[in-house]
Design a protein around this ligand. Structure first.
Ligand SMILES: Cc1cc2nc3c(=O)[nH]c(=O)nc-3n(C[C@H](O)[C@H](O)[C@H](O)COP(=O)(O)OP(=O)(O)OC[C@H]3O[C@@H](n4cnc5c(N)ncnc54)[C@H](O)[C@@H]3O)c2cc1C
Ligand code: SF4
Ligand code: SF4
Length: 1016
């Protein structure tokens, strides 16, 4: 499709979309386009290259950020080029509609929600435009994510040092918009201190470059918009100089209001301006922290810093929180690069999280009430160590001898930092209606006041019947704290307002800053009057007027804000109700299905592109729709009736979930534990109930039931793979892509059942077959049987209590939403295995998605003791063998293989259940075998996903992200190991290389076995 055709198609789509068609008046302004306006959408689609998203689901997905607010935008544009941005700005001017630039949408104060045309720069405008290692500078597009920039800079010994904890998804545009600050701001300053210049578009479409203002810039007589703007702004600076001096808090962390102190030459006033004294005004610094209200950034010029060569960390233990706060100033005097707080609650919560437990045990000594993580960084390793020793001395002088746990190895340090960085997320994993709410989260006070401030704020919380957990940046007087409130209740909303007023009043008395890190947005702007005073607010208004006289840019933030507790703007508006009663699975731990869906707080961790699995579909499309967050938001809106009747079973919802491969990456990696794979089952069930099942769904779901018959005629069943025209003819009927061979039916399926093999006195184990290995790759079950017998186990091959077809976990039924069928399979399996479970015999399986269903979905299908007991004795083969080896019980003799190297790809469910260590452990039992794991996300095959005609191409793109390139790079002698059936097929189809289950690798290494079976 050429661009013109594409534009026409987009126009047609936008116009066709029923939800986009009827224009609604915006904010009661008759004649102005409202949310979803079809005509506006059509115009944008006609004139822009990028995507135009005006349908109700897309608007819903862009109506929230990581704040408490929800406002439906007019629509969304995802510009493909800078020309698109310019055109969108012009159209907004022409149509007289507000504009809202957006990056990752992780703002906590409501900066990125508004009834405006949203410009999402995060998908396409993410280039590094220029990099000058000598000058230590870079020019970036606004959508570039911090961690990606830093990954590029690392080999050059440089980094962009504003290390926000959302670095995996925060864009440089958003960071500049919010004047973001990192954990090491004590050394590197805030965003404002690290931005050299910004090229921006004004609301009227004019492009202007903002940067350091050389005096001669104003002398040139030629009329210019930039000069006029500069002159007017400098005039504001001059007129308000005394007021700025008097009212800007003299703390390092001040990000509230506009940085109008940047309009004055620099001086040492400690007001958050860290330019060298005498440095000229820099107008880019005024744009930093402007939250999209002044101009749209197109290019950001950044100052880079050398990466310190060495770091050391001292974990200081305190018997009380108060003592930690009191000590902070003395520790800061040692010149650390960071001093971060972790309180008792956070320590305990982290201890409960399996991922963090071992680290916490290592760096926490005894039962401290608070920890301060003190980091020293620099090029001189000895100097760092000297300062670490000095830290111990100071701690001893303060009365805490042996109060420091030293972390000098980089891996230990980064494990500790991980716990700290996940601080908020650890807190947010709290289930139930009450949630830690961000609104007084980042006030900043002078270090001398820190202890008193935190004690008094605790008292305020207690007065309002709540409490908070403390963590974060002690070095700069910014402590994060969120009181737990239920904002669905009027009572708690009132408490929120009262706490905000009392807290800010106290902060004002301390001459601190009410907005010390996360910006103003909707939650804080209202308080500028009280905090800065009327004249300063008037100055902010003048700045806004100069840049944006028609108030087009992100209205309601910083100036002219609404009330922060206007519930009409909340995510949970008055009258918010959810329809979760009809859920088929057990969601009681979250108070129901809706409660589980509402766990998503939009923190955006699923937008990451680094290590890990979550979220494979987003990794290839970079669309908000194909993101765990986008899906959770759509579900919440659907469950609460905000997307129309029966939205859960609608086409829009199917589109939203279409690329979710049920990998469970989110179950493990989403900080709040959103398990979209399980939620998808509920949606598919509703869909099946209202729309029925397709032929393909039936073929997939009922495989375990028809397989015993079809497997009798494997040549017939495999004919489709042999005769390509047949595959093409079948595609429209079955929905399976003709470009894929389907799994081959085996002529000798593994149908053994009701037998027990191996020495009669051997330790008992059940080998539970699954439909995929049984009918398509029986050699894997044979291999597992051989390995277990060789190791001296008494292996039982279970049979159904009814003596009928083989047992099955029900996974195929769950994958299309047939929950009742899955439940009946689960019941049958429980019955068949009951005698073994009663004796505590380990149940061992090979296929991760099947076996792990016993530990996961079974609990939601049939909660109860029997299920729990089954879960507690179900293991993947590798888990069982690794545990046996660890217990010193494994008697498995293995010989070296001809192949000396194995490349291991983990199935997503293995990763979700933390099984990969066991696979590596078991492969390491093979003498001389060197194992390397591929840092891959989902292979993309994911059950039927990769075989479906409409998703086959996306499936290949997922595989091409990292897995297939790694396999292709491996030499011919390298063994490719993958335990998932789908993964092996994807690897074989995508690279032509055969991949083997770990059972076959072990079997091939049994003494006397024919290694040729492991041909690579
Ligand atoms: C769990 C969690 C932890 C956090 N930790 C930190 C932290 O350690 N330090 C910190 O400072 N913040 C933190 N934040 C807040 C937030 O992540 C940061 O402010 C982040 O930099 C925002 O980046 P973003 O890409 O998501 O921006 P967005 O939220 O999309 O946008 C931020 C602002 O910038 C504006 N903007 C975006 N692009 C442009 C553009 N092209 N032109 C003009 N304006 C633009 C937007 O309009 C908006 O006002 C945290 C948030 C969460 C949820
Ligand atoms: S799905 Fe999880 S990771 Fe993604 S935004 Fe929601 S809470 Fe964060
Ligand atoms: S299950 Fe996988 S694909 Fe689906 S939302 Fe979660 S991480 Fe993304």
């Amino acid at each position: 499709m050429n661009p013109a055709q594409a534009a026409t198609a987009k126009t047609a789509d936008a116009t066709r979309d029923a939800t986009a068609a009827p224009p609604r008046p915006r904010q009661g302004i008759p004649g102005k386009p409202g949310p979803g306006d079809g005509r506006l959408a059509a115009r944008l689609a006609r004139e822009l290259e990028g995507e135009v998203l005006f349908d109700a689901f897309s608007r819903g997905r862009y109506s929230t950020d990581a704040s408490i607010y929800q406002i439906e935008p007019l629509g969304v544009v995802v510009p493909k080029t800078q020309a698109d941005v310019a055109r969108a700005v012009e159209i907004a001017r022409d149509e007289d509609i507000p504009l809202l630039p957006r990056g990752g949408g992780t703002s906590q104060c409501g900066q990125t929600v508004g009834e405006a045309l949203v410009l999402d720069t995060s998908k396409h405008l993410d280039k590094l435009i220029d990099f000058d290692p000598e000058a230590r500078s870079a020019v970036v597009e606004p959508g570039l994510v911090l961690d990606r920039l830093n990954a590029f800079l690392r080999p050059h010994g440089l980094w962009f040092p504003v290390d926000v904890s959302t670095g995996s998804r925060a864009t440089l545009g958003g960071m500049a918009g919010n004047n973001s600050c990192g954990a090491r701001s004590i050394r590197y300053g805030l965003m404002r201190d690290n931005v050299l210049a910004i090229d921006a578009l004004l609301a009227d479409g004019e492009a202007v470059s903002f940067g350091e203002l050389a005096p001669e810039a104003l002398l040139n007589n030629r009329p210019s918009r930039a000069r006029d703007l500069a002159a007017r702004l400098l005039d504001v600076g001059r007129r308000y100089e005394t007021e700025i001096e008097a009212r800007f808090p003299k703390v390092m962390r001040r990000v509230g209001g506009y940085n109008i102190d940047a309009l004055l030459p620099a001086r040492e006033n400690g007001s958050g301006d860290h330019r060298p004294p005498g440095a000229p005004a820099n107008l880019a610094h005024l744009l930093v922290g402007s939250e999209g209200t002044l101009a749209t950034f197109q290019r950001i010029h950044l100052k880079l810093a050398p990466l310190p060569k060495h770091r050391v960390l001292g974990v200081c233990h305190f018997p009380s929180f108060y003592e930690a706060m009191t000590a902070t100033k003395q520790l800061v005097a040692l010149g650390p690069s960071a001093v971060e707080l972790v309180d008792r609650t956070m320590i305990e919560l982290s201890r409960d999280i399996p991922l963090f437990r071992a680290t916490v045990e290592r760096f926490v000594r005894g039962e401290p009430q608070a920890l301060l993580l003190v980091e020293f960084a620099g090029d001189d390793a000895d100097d760092n160590l000297r300062r670490l020793a000095e830290l111990s001395t100071v701690m001893a002088d303060l009365g805490f001898p042996d109060g420091v746990v030293e972390a000098t190895e980089p891996a230990f340090q980064s494990a500790i930092w991980d716990v700290r960085k996940q601080g908020l997320n650890i807190m947010m994993s709290m289930k139930g209606e009450g949630k830690p709410i961000s609104f007084v989260e980042d006030c900043a006070v002078a270090l001398d006041d820190l202890a008193d401030y935190s004690r008094r704020l605790d008292e305020i919380f207690a007065k309002h019947g709540t409490s908070g957990t403390w963590y974060a940046h002690a070095s700069v007087g910014t402590l994060h704290v969120r009181p737990v409130l239920n904002l669905k209740l009027d009572r708690d909303v009132k408490a929120m307002r009262a706490i905000a007023e009392e807290c800010f009043e106290m902060v004002r008395a301390y001459k601190g800053s009410h907005s010390g890190e996360h910006g103003d947005g909707l939650v804080r702007s209202e308080f500028h009057d009280a905090m800065f005073g009327r004249p300063m607010v008037e100055a902010f208004g003048e700045v806004k007027q100069i840049f944006d006289p028609d108030a087009r840019m992100n209205p309601g933030k910083i100036v002219n804000p609404p009330k922060m507790d206007d519930r009409a703007l909340f995510r949970y508006k008055p009258g918010y109700r959810t329809d979760g009663a009809d859920a088929a699975l057990d969601w009681s731990a979250w108070g129901g299905f809706a409660g589980a869906v509402e766990m998503c707080n939009n923190n955006g961790a699923c937008r990451k592109a680094d290590a890990g699995v979550m979220c494979p579909s987003y990794r290839v499309t970079r669309d908000e729709q194909h993101l765990t967050r986008g899906r959770a938001n759509s579900l919440r809106l659907a469950l609460s009736g905000q997307l129309g009747p029966d939205a859960l079973a609608s086409d829009g919802m199917m589109e939203t979930l279409k690329l979710c491969v049920s990998c469970k990456g989110c179950k493990r990696e989403c900080p709040t534990g959103v398990d979209m794979a399980r939620m998808k089952i509920e949606v598919l069930r509703r869909r099946a109930q209202t729309h029925g099942l397709s032929i393909r769904d039936r073929l997939v779901a009922y495989l375990p039931r028809y397989a015993p018959f079809v497997s009798k005629l494997p040549w017939l069943a495999n004919l489709r793979n042999r005769l390509p025209p047949l595959a093409w003819l079948a595609e429209p009927l079955t929905g399976f892509s003709a470009r894929r061979p389907l799994p081959e039916w085996s002529a000798a399926p593994f149908l053994r059942a009701g037998e027990s093999l191996g020495p009669a006195g051997g330790r008992e184990v059940v080998l539970l077959g699954d439909s995929f290995n049984r009918y398509f790759e029986p050699e894997n079950l044979e291999a597992a049987l051989e390995v277990l017998r060789a190791a001296g186990y008494r292996v039982h091959l279970p049979e159904a209590a009814d003596g009928g077809r083989p047992l099955c976990c029900g996974r195929t039924f769950l994958s299309v939403g047939l929950v009742e069928e899955a439940r009946s399979e689960a019941r049958r399996l429980l019955e068949g295995l009951a005698p073994f479970v009663a004796r505590g015999v380990p149940i061992v399986g090979l296929e991760p998605s099947c076996l792990l269903t016993l530990r996961d979905e079974f609990a939601a299908l049939m909660p109860g003791e029997a299920t729990e007991r089954l879960a507690s004795c179900s293991f993947l083969l590798e888990e069982f063998l690794a545990a046996e080896a660890d217990a010193g019980r494994l008697k498995l003799q293995l010989a070296p293989l001809a192949q000396k190297r194995a490349l291991l790809h983990g199935h997503c469910h293995q990763k979700a259940f933390d099984v990969m260590g066991a696979v590596e452990r078991v492969l390491a039992l093979v003498p001389e075998l060197e194992v390397e794991s591929v840092a891959s996300s989902c292979c993309g095959m994911a059950g039927a996903f990769g075989y479906q005609a409409e998703t086959q191409e996306v499936s290949m793109r997922m595989a091409e992200l990292s897995l297939l390139p790694a396999v292709r790079k491996a030499d011919a002698e390298t063994l490719i190991v993958a335990d998932g059936t789908s993964c092996r097929h994807q690897i074989e189809h995508g690279s032509g290389r055969g991949a083997r289950h770990v059972a076959r690798v072990l079997a091939a290494a049994l003494p006397g076995r024919n290694e040729m079976e492991l041909e690579t």
